[in-house]
Ligand binder design. Structure first.
Ligand code: PEP
Ligand code: MN
Length: 338
């Protein structure tokens, strides 16, 4: 059930409703909207009695939730969530969030060279894994905390916000200390204890769609994070497994309007993992912006042939620069900027 507060409800009235929910042993999630605050309830096993709330000051109405998810859906909040990262960097607002950088942080020189280039082309966020989820245990696993320190230096040197992955519960606290946005990878989309831990993190989460996840499974994974009190979740379409063998994955751009219809959360598109082929990154990036994506996350490497991971899908800085120019034009057509 959702408790919709009146548009003129005071903070005290909202708090009183939350206290009542918590006194019943449940968790209250006040979600402010443009017009009014909705309060979601989680932790209840059966239906919650509406009568207990309807007479409280400031309450407009109690509405049952018709979807399996309570907090990520449009029922609780009809306007898009805009995630504030500081210094005017936002995800979900009119300006597209452009995240660019290598698959993995390999060295200070590598990270700085790529950061300088993507910053000059207009990216506001830098990506790079310090902990890498690799198919083979013998592949490069990332630099670990040394990589996080390099990322933190990239932030101070270039003013870029840092997006980097946490692969397990043990390292979330470490990643949280260094990152501006914590990435949860496709293979971990249904790692429910990691999702719950991400829900307790003090940083926004970029949640990648699982390799074979339906839209409902994707949204329910996000629900795990919100249900623990972290409402700053960025969804990321990164391609799903199909029979197609001309690409690494099939980038499902139709999920962008589908997410926007059902959820207030922003969704960005990863055309690098989504295609796995350098020459397909630009066309699918353009298409993603045209389809209404809230941003892009793109792998860029200055020496892709020497990259320790995902070189074949990393574009060169000069290609990224060209792409940014194209994206700016397409963004204007769909009422966005980049
Ligand atoms: C990555 O971003 O480098 C990555 C490993 O992504 P995914 O989890 O989507 O495979
Ligand atoms: Mn990668």
């Amino acid at each position: 059930m959702l408790i919709m507060m009146k548009s003129n409800a005071t903070p005290d009235e909202i708090q009183a409703v939350c206290r009542k929910i918590e006194a019943m042993g449940f968790r209250a999630h006040p979600i402010p909207g443009a017009m009014r605050t909705a309060i979601g309830i989680t932790g209840n096993k059966g239906p919650v009695e509406a009568a207990a709330f309807e007479e409280l000051p400031g309450v407009a109405e109690c509405v049952p939730v018709s979807k399996p998810y309570k907090l990520v859906g449009r029922e609780v909040k009809d306007e898009p969530t805009v995630i504030e990262l500081g210094d005017g960097v936002r995800v979900g607002g009119p300006e597209l969030a452009i995240i660019a950088g290598p698959c993995a942080v390999e060295s200070r020189e590598q990270a700085f060279a790529i950061a300088a280039a993507v910053k000059a082309s207009g990216a506001r966020l830098f990506r790079g894994g310090a902990f890498k989820p690799r198919t083979s245990p013998y592949s490069f696993q990332g630099l670990g905390e040394d990589g996080l320190k390099i990322l933190s230096d990239v932030r101070s040197e270039f003013g870029l916000k840092i997006v980097t992955e946490a692969v397990d519960n043990e390292t979330v606290s470490l990643v949280e200390a260094y990152a501006d946005v914590i990435q949860i990878g496709a293979r971990n989309m249904q790692n429910f204890s990691l999702l719950r831990r991400a829900g307790k993190a003090g940083k926004p989460i970029l949640l990648k769609r699982g390799l074979s996840a339906t839209l409902d499974e994707f949204l329910m994974a996000a629900e795990y994070i919100l249900s623990e009190g972290n409402y700053d979740v960025i969804l990321c379409e990164r391609g799903v497994r199909t029979f197609a063998d001309h690409t690494r994955n099939t980038l499902d751009l139709s999920v962008v309007p589908a997410v926007h219809r059902l959820s207030h959360l922003p969704i960005v598109v990863d055309p690098s993992h989504g295609t796995g082929r350098r020459e397909k990154v630009a066309p699918l990036s353009r298409a993603a912006v045209a389809a209404g994506a809230d941003g892009l996350i793109i792998e860029v490497h200055h020496h892709p042939d020497e990259a320790l991971s995902d070189g074949y899908q990393s574009i060169l800085p000069v290609q990224f620069d060209e792409l940014m120019k194209e994206i700016r034009q397409i963004a204007a057509v769909v009422g966005r900027t980049a």
